[in-house]
Design a protein around this ligand. Structure first.
Ligand code: NAG
Ligand code: NAG
Ligand code: NAG
Length: 427
């Protein structure tokens, strides 16, 4: 079935508004839309120290050019992060990267506000979990909420004109060191950008760009018994080099998520070996079907593709080669005001404050408003993050071990210092 982008947007909006829950049943104490107490205090930041990775994998070091801008910006920079929070399983991974980038830890982030999304939260455990987290780190985390259906309130906490803000989805499950620095430096120097997106693995537009530049590798769902992961989540290995390979000639047709059996099995993927002389191809993997464009079926609504995208990324991390996902900063609106997915983006307070963002915030912020004020948005290529999946790709969460792998990866990275994972000889 072919769905037009408009129809998909309508379905998305419907989904977002479905099943609101009653506030009375939730443990919520803060008034809606409250800005955090310290949103607007400037902080002293320590100079950045880049160090060699003590682990058996490493990252490209933070860009020197970005660091130079950030050093100059620091005395005047106030960087606020907010997260539209829905699920603790995702956020448990994300928040490790947020704390890693806190000022206390040598990073740039002043404060994080979790805005509870009452259209998505299904149970009180999610509320209790985030409240407990905020209580544990009271100087860094705060919690507020938006009343169900009142989308306008989602941005009501943006009250400081001269502050920089970064919005992060709660299913962002990896943030490369240097991402905040890259985004801040770009927005600081290019005041003409309206919004600035990170470079997102698991994104309807950027997947196609990663494919174009040859960053992806051929992975496919392992539907053999060996593909069922029996280990408990806390013992998951994120590394993929030990996983089985399959010869491309053995794959008769590319499997889809309809082939994912059993709701409780955690399935893993296998690497597809190409024929001799065709090593760069993605044949046999669902990624072979990927096309550039914002509503490409592979990137936007196939869980099987999402899994393959993430396994490809785990391979790059294991090979110390996340850099192959980088691209130069580019203009997302160079061929018109096209909609793009806003999983992590930066902007100045004054550019979003007071706007009437009712309903579909993504449509408003990436199309309607920038078109009206004639401003383009950009994407910064060395600010690299991973986004688990769209609501259409729920099976990547329920039927694969991808989230467990990101969880394991984040636990290893958490043991090191921010900027303390640079590859030897690169800084
Ligand atoms: C609210 O939170 C408290 C403490 O975190 C907990 O004991 C209580 O059961 C929660 N209430 C509901 C309705 O879940
Ligand atoms: C990646 O870098 C780490 C840390 O420098 C090193 O120990 C490891 O051997 C490297 N791995 C590969 C596949 O090059
Ligand atoms: C994982 O969790 C299980 C059950 O809670 C526990 O017995 C086991 O020791 C944990 N493993 C690790 C590596 O923490």
């Amino acid at each position: 079935m072919h769905l037009s982008p408009l129809l998909l947007a309508a379905l998305l909006a419907l989904y977002t508004y479905a099943t609101p829950i009653s506030l009375a049943n939730l443990n919520i104490t803060t008034p809606p839309g409250t800005p955090p107490k310290e949103w607007s205090q400037l902080h002293r930041r320590a100079p950045v120290e880049i160090q060699e990775s003590p682990l058996n994998f490493c990252f490209p070091p933070v860009s020197k050019k970005a660091l130079a801008v950030v050093e100059k910006a620091k005395p005047k920079l106030n960087l606020n992060v907010f997260v539209f929070y829905g699920r603790r399983q995702n956020t448990a991974v994300l928040e490790r990267y947020l704390r890693r980038n806190s000022i206390a830890n040598g990073g740039l982030v002043t404060k994080v506000l979790f805005v509870l999304n009452l259209n998505k939260i299904k149970d009180n455990d999610d509320v209790d979990w985030i409240n407990a987290l905020a209580a544990k780190y009271p100087d860094f985390y705060e919690v507020t909420h938006t009343p169900p259906g009142d989308f306008n309130q989602n941005y009501a906490h943006i009250t400081a004109k001269e502050d920089m803000y970064i919005k992060v989805d709660d299913d962002v499950v990896f943030i490369l060191d240097g991402t905040f620095e890259a985004m801040v430096a770009e927005l600081w120097t290019r005041r003409d950008w309206y919004l600035l997106s990170a470079n997102v693995v698991g994104h309807t537009i950027f997947n196609g760009i990663h494919n174009r530049f040859g960053a992806l590798r051929a992975w496919t769902l392992n539907t053999e018994n060996s593909g069922i992961v029996t280990k408990p989540a806390n013992e998951t290995n994120w590394r993929v080099s030990h996983l089985p390979h399959v010869n491309v000639l053995k794959i008769k047709r590319i499997k889809t998520e309809r082939d994912m059996p059993g709701s409780f099995y955690q399935r893993s993927y296998m690497k597809v070996d190409q024929e001799k002389g065709q090593e760069g191809l993605l044949k046999g993997s669902p990624l072979w079907l990927m096309k550039e464009g914002s509503f490409d079926a592979c990137s936007w609504k196939s869980a099987h593709c999402a899994g393959a995208v993430h396994y490809s990324f785990f391979e790059a991390v294991e090979q110390n080669n996340t850099e192959r996902y980088f691209f130069p900063t580019w203009d997302l609106h160079s061929s018109g005001y096209q909609r793009w997915s806003i999983h992590m983006f930066a902007f100045w307070g004054k550019d979003v404050m007071g706007l009437d963002i009712a309903g579909d915030d993504e449509q408003y912020l990436t199309v309607t408003y920038p078109e009206k004020v004639e401003r383009h948005s950009g994407a910064v290529g060395n600010g690299l993050i991973a986004h688990l999946g769209y609501f259409t790709q729920e099976a990547v969460r329920t039927h694969t071990d991808v989230l467990d792998k990101y969880d394991a990866l984040s636990r290893e990275i958490e043991q090191t210092k921010l900027h303390g994972m640079a590859c030897p000889g690169t800084f």
